[in-house]
Each structure stands twice: as C-alpha cells, then as structure tokens.
Design a protein around this ligand. Structure first.
Ligand code: AMP
Length: 190
C-alpha cells in the first residue's frame, strides 16, 4: 500500500501528517500527488470529503519548500481560488496544518469584511494566498495584490464557481497570472 513517505514529501510535511493522524493517502491523494510533485497540470474530479485539499496542498507545499524564495511584495507564489469564504478559510487552515514547521506565509482573503487588514497581510508578499475571486480583484484594483509571480494556480470547486457566476472574475484573473505556471482544477462534476 502507498504511504505518504513513498511520495518523497519533505520531512516537516510528513511530521505534520503524523501529528494529524493521517496514515494512508486517500485515492485522490494517491493519484494526484505524484503528478503534482513533478510539476504537471491536473484536472481532478473529487467531492468534498475525499481528501482533495491535501491532494493539492501537500505537493504545493513540498514544491514551495524545495525552492525557498522570499515572496515579492504584494505577490503570492501559489494562488488558490475557492467560491465561498468558508471553503477558502478551511483551505488556508489546511495549508497551515500540513506545512508544519516550514513557516510558510499563508493568507486568506474574502469579501464581506474590511479590506485593510488583508491589504496589510499582503504587503510583504505571501507564499500561499487563498481567495474568493471578487475580493481578489478588489485587492488587485487597489494595487494591493499582483499575480505576475504566481507559480501555481488552483481552482477548487470549479463547477460551483462557474454556477455562482464567477466566470467574468476568473477570466480577468486568468489574464493576470503568468502563462508558464502549474494549473490545478478540482471539480465535483465534469
Ligand atoms: P477534504 O476532502 O479535503 O475536505 O477532506 C476531508 C477530511 O478528510 C478533512 O477533515 C481532512 O482532514 C481529512 N483527511 C484528508 N486526507 C486524509 C487522510 N489521508 N487520512 C485521514 N484523513 C484525511
């Protein structure tokens, strides 16, 4: 049986998984993680509850840690888009949990709350930014966030995002990220 150690994930990640009590990768994790560690793009069909957050978070954390860089001001190295603030917050918490002692800077931004704190959080740049699309565009319009240093882009619940009418925002965001990047799409339906 495959274990997390078989993937060659960095030791701090393995320690964080041990601490979380994860012993065995779920099917989406076993299928996705080896491809993502090689830098490939991925289209994953997975429902919430299948372990899909770790399926993308673990290889992204590994890749960021393997190539340590100070994020550029107002920039992020990995960008995760999600349709709701609840999901965005959960994803950000998962990144923090799974990155253990690696000290990645993970921030989450969503609408309906004052923007100033989010602008300050992005000032020095972050490793991982989890965002709802509308608030991300607001931050970009205000000059508080730029996407030209994004190395990996994740669209979580892509089907729901299209249903919720985010397509216009997603098109704008897609124009701002570098053409050379890793792209990950997760959707419950196709
Ligand atoms: P998700 O599908 O990402 O929302 O994850 C669903 C739940 O499964 C979350 O509570 C995770 O903490 C948990 N989980 C994810 N991967 C594993 C794993 N390999 N072993 C045990 N629990 C897991």
């Amino acid at each position: 049986m495959t274990t997390f150690r078989d993937f060659g994930l960095a030791d701090p990640i393995l320690a964080a998984l041990d601490a979380s009590g994860y012993t065995t990768p779920t099917p989406i994790q076993a299928q996705a993680i080896p491809h993502l560690l090689q830098g490939r793009d991925l289209l994953g069909i997975a429902q919430t509850g299948t372990g899909k957050t770790a399926a993308f978070a673990l290889p992204l954390i590994h890749r960021l840690a393997a190539d340590p860089k100070r994020p550029a001001p107002h920039s992020c190295r990995a960008l995760v888009l999600a349709p709701t603030r609840e999901l965005a917050s959960q994803i950000a918490e998962s990144f923090v949990t799974y990155s253990g002692d690696l000290r990645l800077n993970v921030q989450v931004v969503f609408g309906g709350v004052p923007i100033g704190r989010q602008e300050r959080a992005l000032f020095r740049g972050v490793d991982v930014l989890v965002a709802t699309p509308g608030r991300l565009l607001d931050l970009i319009d205000r000059g508080s966030c730029r996407l030209d240093k994004v190395e990996a882009l994740v669209l979580d619940e892509a089907d729901q995002m299209l249903d919720l009418g985010f397509i216009h925002a997603l098109r704008q965001i897609a124009k701002l990220v570098p053409k050379v990047r890793q792209s990950l799409f997760f959707s419950a339906t196709m």
